[in-house]
Design a protein around this ligand. Sequence first.
Ligand SMILES: [Zn+2]
Length: 265
Amino acid sequence: MSKPVRLTKKVEVVPGSPNTLIYDDRIVIDLGGRNASLQVSGEVQLATHGHSDHIAGLLSNAKRKYLPPEDYWTLNMIGRRAMTYGFSSRDSPFFTFDLVRQNIDPDFSDIEVEKIKLPGHTPGHTAYLVDSVLYAGDSFFGQRVLEGFGVPFYTDFWAAMDSLEKLREVVGGVEKVVVSHGPVHLDSKKARELVEFNIRFDNELVNKVKDLIKDREATAEEVAYLLSNNKEPANIYLNSIPIKSILVQVAKEVRTTERGVVYKL
Ligand SMILES: [Zn+2]
């Protein structure tokens, strides 16, 4: 495992994807990915949202667990797939997820943890503020992550843009910021720069989408294909979701053809 990085007297982060935050050896945020096998016995396990790489902590026997209630779709595999790929298909080899069915306390509150709703990536996506450290989850991404995928995974792209606006304010008032996929920690100024980078990247993405439907009709999958670096089916399923969210807002003409729903500016 990667060595934990200490951010404050009480906050440490174990690098990973997601990065995992541990507060006071008591509260653990987003235990998952390769950090899922970490031996951490926090009495509280928090997940920023329901995606499968963030919820392994909810399987541990922590005393209290919290998943934002809007993300309870992740409690079964069909819901998890539907919110990730837009659909499920029982025996498909394309999805490899574990089932999560654990007690989750829907009324978690703790005097030392502030919840900040930042929807868009998922319906319930929530950031946590502990000890002046903001764990921002998947509300924004590291530069390399964004450029690697080509499209940020936002179920509602426009809600995510609103959350980025909110983040502009929030990151200014904290000491350190941790994102799930990206740098382990950022100071307030660097975090603000990364938020601005995300906003610029997303605005440029809207322009790229518009350009692709300027002189011709295209389906969401065609647009996703052209804007994705990784053109595997799973990645096109994922990237088509934010692309659809963008297309339905910017297209002037939307009609159905043999190819599917096509969009034109
Ligand atoms: Zn996620």
